[in-house]
Design a protein around this ligand. Structure first.
Ligand code: 26Q
Length: 816
């Protein structure tokens, strides 16, 4: 057994200092006086990476030795956030490092700021994958996470004249000290061409896929460390040209064609598609999905065979979790590998396949359910189309055997033939998986009632719920050191690995001194947030104000514009009625709009226009401020959650599958105003209804309202206040004469209003009055805040991962 205790990887202050200087001298060739901030950050990151790798290698040895069953997590997106601070926490060397640097006259905080985060995801789904990696590592679950190494992550957002402007995210510009390239771990991926069906002398059918082109995927590994313990690998694939294709072109003396091939191949992992919850049906997106799935499955099979096992037992040693349908082409791809490449019989291969995969659904929105045109799949993956058709015809035969009606069968078919034929990827994932889960109790229930209703009737035991969770180590321990210290002082440090220990805080909500300390910590975090706001927007916020925050992707269903209508109603009260009774409030927004999403971009412009108006009006700006934080990211989020007083979770009931920001806010002591949507339902159950500001229709009421015929105009016409607010959207004051500016929003709300803003408006306004009422009583607010934090134990991603292990994966922890 090779030793891993080589080199200087000690954890003392002196060890860290020595390593840091060694990295600076010998890895970067620098001395401190000429080192740039990025040099210093990189040296520290490299020193820390060595220590992280040591832990990872130890875990890996252990997992291999025990021949353990493991999880492969397949996700097209990851949003890990900055690694450095998190790794220092998990190695428990935050203070030692701070001191080591201080002795060199360096400030750890300054180095932490240098890190550019990998924005390899759109929002909730990618961040969830990263929270799960943190918990998988901490709990010691043998696992590996696969994804795509996008050269450009989610676009950088700037605000110019109030509008979102996108530019490319060059996250690799300064190099990436956390990853190592694994040139030896690379696989070929084929595209296009045609299939050849031939019979051998025994009349056995052989099918060969003759591709039109090939690319190579190479592994880039980033170790992800758990707290005090194990590490796991995030393995991201980068696309390159294959040698053989290069070579063929060279031989023809066609150097330029070879280079062109190379560039075309590299295109596949060039950029992340910035659409969430809305599909574009672009060929390159399908290429990305197949590319990373194909490399990952080959790697899984390699690992399986490396241990001397047979492919017939793949499902015993591996379970593969599909993070939404984005990797669902894995179902026909595994069939292809088993049947065409490893010559397994169809039935045996199908048994292995559908005992290997499990599928997590993250959305019910019809426009977000992935469908790929049959014609596109035929061109790009001709063999996969044949396999999908075969899976479908066998599935439909099974349904006939169960006496399903023709109607039901065409609803359940993997192929939608109502218009241009398309493949329903959610159906493919469902048929090819042994378990299907939603991401909150409400969402999992609706999944069985709506989108996958027929499937839930056919296979009731395949459906389950795993409520999302977040890592409290990043989102509390690392990002809110003030509150963390206060918690540990009262209840010890066990909460870092057992979040339900926070329950021990409950009784302190009655302790006046504790409440004072609690509010002091919050105020300090609000000062910090105010500083960030000033730096990023130039806007001054008085930290004593109520800080009311809505940060998330911009979407009509999330109803950022409902919040705007409320702000306008307050503005009109201050301005026209000279009402000065409203408690000073800063409304903070943040989030990106998909570049092609017209309404979402208008909503950003609306927020910034309202901000311009209010922030520059001396009659109003002592009471109200409106801020749009540009380029919301994990890094920025870590400043935002700790500084928030109020968390806005105001989507129309039935639309937000879970939400995870809701959990991060509450964990940091913000109170929530929200609808009964996604995980809000469970958060309210846990914290107690008296500690949650509820408003709006329930999912059932929404359904009834829509069934009866919804008339937003009527609501508008009958509500004087709402009418004034709506008319203000068209006013010169707001639009500076460009009366068309917010017409699309105005018209949409008045005549369609698919997300029932008009319906929920009054209830929201009234609940906000209640928020203000409680805010006036700071002692009560503090109590509620403490109780919220004390009761958030359920929402640790450690609990979610334990649920996955027990309900779905049947995998056990192996602690080093
Ligand atoms: C798919 C195909 C083509 C292009 C883009 C996409 C795509 C990309 C990202 C579709 C959806 C997404 C992201 C979805 C997402 O973030 N969903 C959120 O997942 C969270 C974690 O479960 C939930 O908490 C949120 O409620 C849900 O909206």
């Amino acid at each position: 057994k090779p030793g891993v205790e080589v080199g200087n990887i000690g954890l003392s202050k002196e060890d860290i200092k020595t390593s840091f200087l060694e990295k600076l001298f010998y890895s970067l060739g620098r001395i401190p006086v000429v080192a740039t901030p990025n040099d210093l950050y990189t040296s520290l990151a490299l020193a820390v990476r060595d220590r992280v790798f040591r832990k990872y290698v130890k875990s890996l040895e252990q997992y291999a030795e025990e021949d353990a069953r493991g999880v492969a997590y397949l996700s097209a997106e990851y949003l890990p956030g900055p690694h450095l601070g998190n790794n220092l926490l998990n190695l428990e060397i935050m203070e030692e490092t701070r001191e080591a640097l201080a002795e060199l006259n360096l400030d750890l905080e300054e180095l932490l700021k240098e890190e550019v985060e990998p924005g390899l995801g759109n929002g909730g789904l990618g961040r969830l994958a990263s929270c799960y990696m943190d918990s998988l590592a901490t709990l010691g679950i043998p696992s590996i996470a696969y994804g795509i190494r996008y050269e450009f992550g989610i676009f950088k957002q700037e605000i110019k004249e109030g509008w979102q402007v996108e530019s490319t995210d060059k996250w690799l510009h300064n190099g990436n000290p956390w990853e190592v390239i694994r040139p030896e771990i690379s696989f070929e991926v084929k595209f296009g061409g045609y299939t050849e069906h031939t019979r051998d002398e025994n009349d056995k059918l052989h099918i060969e896929w003759i591709p039109g082109s090939e690319v190579k995927g190479t592994a880039y590994d980033t170790p992800i460390l758990g707290y005090q313990s194990n590490g796991i690998i995030l393995r991201l694939w980068k696309a390159e040209a294959t040698e053989s294709f290069d070579f063929a072109a060279y031989n023809l003396g066609d150097y330029y064609r070879a280079v062109e091939k190379k560039m075309r191949s590299e295109n596949i992992t060039k950029v992340l598609y910035p659409n969430d919850e809305n599909l574009s049906g672009k060929e390159l997106r399908l290429k990305q999905q197949y590319f990373f799935v194909c490399c990952s499955l080959q790697d899984i099979i390699r690992l399986h065979l490396l241990q001397g096992r047979k492919l017939e037992s793949l499902h015993e040693k591996f379970t593969i979790q599909l993070n939404d349908t984005h990797p669902s082409i894995a179902v026909p791809e595994l069939m292809r590998l088993l049947v065409d490449v490893y010559h397994m019989e169809w039935d045996a291969a199908w048994m292995v396949t559908c005992k290997t995969f499990a599928y997590t659904n993250h959305t019910l929105l019809p426009e977000a359910l992935e469908r790929w045109p049959v014609s596109l799949i035929r061109n790009l993956l001709p063999r996969h189309l044949e396999i999908i058709y075969e899976i479908n015809s066998r599935f439909i035969n099974e349904l006939r055997g169960h006496n399903f009606t023709g109607d039901q069968i065409s609803r359940m078919s993997l192929v939608d033939e109502s218009g241009e034929p398309t493949i329903r990827m959610a159906h493919l994932a469902t048929v090819g998986s042994y378990m299907i889960n939603g991401v909150s109790a409400l969402h999992s229930g609706l999944l069985k009632k709506q989108v996958l209703k027929d499937f839930a009737e056919l296979w009731p035991n395949k459906f389950t719920n795993v409520t999302n969770g977040v890592t409290h180590r990043r989102f509390l321990a690392v990002s809110n050191p003030g509150l963390s210290a206060l918690l540990s002082e009262k209840i010890g440090k066990d909460w870092l690995t057992h979040l339900d220990k926070l329950k021990g805080l409950e009784s302190y909500s009655e302790d006046e001194t504790f409440r004072r300390k609690w509010m002091e910590v919050k105020l300090e975090n609000k000062r910090n947030l105010a500083t960030q706001i000033k730096e990023l927007t130039g806007i001054d916020i008085n930290p004593e104000m109520l800080i009311d925050v809505q940060v998330k992707r911009i979407h009509e269903y999330k109803r950022q514009h409902l919040k705007v209508l409320h702000i306008l109603s307050l503005y009109l009260r201050v301005k026209k009625e000279k009402d000065t009774s409203i408690p000073p409030t800063a409304f903070v927004f943040g989030g990106k709009a998909a570049p092609g999403y017209f309404m979402a971009k208008r909503i950003i412009k609306l927020i910034t226009a309202v901000g311009e108006l209010i922030n520059n009006d001396p009659e109003v700006n002592k009471i109200l401020k409106v801020v749009f934080l540009p380029n919301f990211s994990v890094k920025l989020a870590q400043h935002v959650y700790p500084g928030a007083d109020l968390s806005e979770q105001i989507s129309m009931a039935g639309k937000e599958a879970s939400g995870t920001g809701n959990m991060k806010f509450a964990l940091n002591g913000a109170l929530t105003i929200g609808t009964l949507d996604g995980a809000n339902v469970e958060i309210r159950e846990e914290v107690g209804e008296e500690n949650f500001f509820l408003f709006g229709l329930t999912t059932d009421e929404v359904e009834n309202k829509k069934a009866q015929g919804y008339h937003p105009y009527k609501i508008y016409a009958e509500n004087e206040n709402l009418k004034k607010v709506m008319e203000f959207l068209l006013s010169d004051e707001l639009t500076r004469g460009d009366t068309e500016l917010f017409k699309p929003i105005y018209n949409n709300l008045l005549h369609q209003d698919p997300y029932l803003l008009m319906e929920d408006y009054q209830s929201y306004i009234e609940q906000m009055e209640n928020v203000y009422h409680v805010w006036q009583d700071r002692e009560k607010w503090a109590k509620m805040s403490i109780l919220n934090v004390a009761r958030m134990g359920k929402f640790s991603s450690d609990r979610s991962i334990q649920d996955y292990c027990e309900k779905i994966w049947k995998v056990e922890a192996i602690k080093v």
